[in-house]
Write a protein that binds this ligand. Structure first.
Ligand SMILES: [Zn+2]
Length: 232
């Protein structure tokens, strides 16, 4: 990777050399599979897209596009796993900047999206808290209908799954508890589960879960939080 980056830096037209190298047969055969499998291990759920969290992540996306910064073509921290819709149809080569030159898209691998985006659990929609949140929603179509429906399903199914995990844990059935934990975290749009835990511990939780006191109790249960809440 470092060798390829040096090669790009020394090229007459770095952008073209970067594109050429990225598509080179040996890079496709040897570099892409290793990158894809490493990213898949870090992706949410069952190798879901790091942007929408819903579809399978199939493409290696350059967060900062090759067109804009060819020197980051082989930079590990610039690679994300994305579905083809988010990568090829929505984000494409877009990389909007603020007036001060800062990127407007949130990098999900190094930034906390909750600073910029609030998930309305009941509605299944993302609400922007900052300009960067607004741009991220717009570019990735984070409020497209299919994602909203998926998030609503996740919000509905998660409390019973938490209850099942709790029962298995009380019975001391480790395998059963682990099977429920997988169902909870490996469902599509697992960002909903993260948001549920996050909002249950935040100020205003009583209002957010006013109609669902049972859900709030599960999300605040210390045994559930200790056993299930994963930060990674
Ligand atoms: Zn996606």
């Amino acid at each position: 990777m470092a060798g390829h980056t040096r090669d790009i830096g020394e090229a007459a037209v770095p952008k073209e050399r970067a594109r050429q190298l990225w598509k080179h047969t040996s890079v496709r055969r040897h570099v892409h599979p290793a990158l894809r499998s490493s990213l898949a291990e870090m992706a949410p759920g069952l190798e879901r897209c790091m942007y929408c969290g819903d579809s399978q992540g199939t493409d290696i996306d350059h967060f900062e596009p090759v067109r804009i910064n060819p020197l980051r073509t082989f930079d590990w921290t610039n690679h994300l796993l994305a579905c083809s819709l988010c990568n090829s149809h929505l984000k494409r080569d877009l990389f909007p900047l603020a007036d001060n030159g800062m990127p407007l898209l949130i990098d999900p691998s190094s930034e906390d999206p909750t600073v910029h985006l609030h998930l309305s659990l009941a509605a299944g929609t993302y609400i922007d808290l900052t300009d960067r949140g607004a741009m991220t929603i717009k570019v990735f179509g984070l409020n497209r209908q299919i994602l909203i429906r998926g998030r609503r399903h996740a919000y509905r199914i998660t409390p019973p799954l938490l209850g099942e995990w709790r029962i298995a844990r009380e019975k001391g059935d480790v395998e059963e508890a682990e099977a429920w934990a997988e169902c909870i975290w490996q469902q599509p749009t697992a960002d909903v589960v993260q948001a549920m835990f996050h909002q249950a511990a935040a100020q205003g939780a009583q209002d957010i879960f006013a109609d669902e006191p049972g859900t709030l109790a599960l999300l605040r249960d210390p045994v559930i939080r200790t056993g299930l809440l994963r930060t990674g």
